[in-house]
Ligand binder design. Structure first.
Ligand code: RP5
Length: 191
C-alpha cells in the first residue's frame, strides 16, 4: 500500500465501521480552496456524510463540510448555491433525510453537478429521503446514490471518478483503490 494514502475503504467491507470522534465543526475550515463541497441538512446527518468526507480525505481531494438546511436556513442555501461555482467548487455532495429538498433546491440554483445522498430516516428507513431526492423534474438533475452509508461512500467515489477525468494522479489512485478492493474480496475467507 502506498505510503500516505491509506485506502481503508478497500477492506471496509470486512471490518466493523470505526467510530471516529471528529465533528463537523472541527473539519469545517480544513481547506482554503475546496473542489468538493459536502453539505447536509442537519448535524444529525453527519454520521452518514462523514463516510463521504473520509473517502475524499483518503484520496487527498480538497473538500469542505457544511450544514445547510433547505427548510431551516433557506437564505443560506441560496447564498451557498449561488456562490459555489465562483468559489471553485466542482462537485456538490448533498445529503438529507425525510423531506429531503436540499439536493434538488441546490441543483436548481447552480450548474455545478449535485450528487444526492438519501440519509436513512427513522420513520421510513430512508425511502422518503430516496424518493424526495431521486424524483427530480426533467431538466434539473440530481445524481442520486443509495440510501445511507453506501450512498455517502459512493458519492465520494463518484466525485473522485469525475474529477479524475482531468487529473491523472487521481485516476491512478482510483485504480489502486479498485485493485485493493478486488484483492480483499479474492483473499477473503468464510468461517
Ligand atoms: C432533514 O431533516 C435533515 O437532512 C435530517 O436528515 C432530517 C432530520 O433533521 P434533524 O431533526 O435531526 O435536525 O432536513
Amino acid at each position: 500500500m502506498r505510503a500516505g494514502i491509506c485506502f481503508r475503504r478497500a477492506s471496509f467491507l470486512f471490518c466493523k465501521q470505526m467510530v471516529k470522534k471528529a465533528t463537523i465543526a472541527n473539519r469545517k475550515s480544513q481547506i482554503a480552496n475546496p473542489l468538493v463541497s459536502i453539505i447536509m441538512g442537519s448535524t444529525s446527518d453527519w454520521e452518514t456524510m462523514r463516510n463521504a468526507a473520509d473517502i475524499l480525505a483518503d484520496f487527498g481531494v480538497p473538500h469542505e463540510t457544511k450544514v445547510v438546511s433547505a427548510h431551516r436556513t433557506p437564505d443560506l442555501l441560496f447564498e451557498f448555491a449561488k456562490s459555489a461555482e465562483s468559489r471553485g467548487i466542482e462537485i456538490i455532495i448533498a445529503g438529507a433525510g425525510g423531506a429531503a429538498h436540499l439536493p434538488g433546491m441546490v441543483a436548481a440554483q447552480t450548474c455545478v453537478p449535485v450528487l444526492g445522498v438519501p440519509v436513512q430516516s427513522k420513520t421510513l428507513a430512508g425511502m422518503d429521503s430516496l424518493l424526495s431526492i431521486v424524483q427530480m423534474p426533467m431538466g434539473i438533475p440530481v445524481g442520486t446514490l443509495a440510501i445511507g452509508n453506501a450512498g455517502a461512500t459512493n458519492a465520494a467515489l463518484l466525485a473522485v471518478a469525475i474529477l479524475s477525468n482531468t487529473r491523472k494522479d487521481l485516476r491512478e489512485k482510483l485504480r489502486e483503490f479498485r485493485g485493493e478492493q478486488t484483492e480483499a474480496v479474492l483473499e477473503s475467507t468464510l468461517e
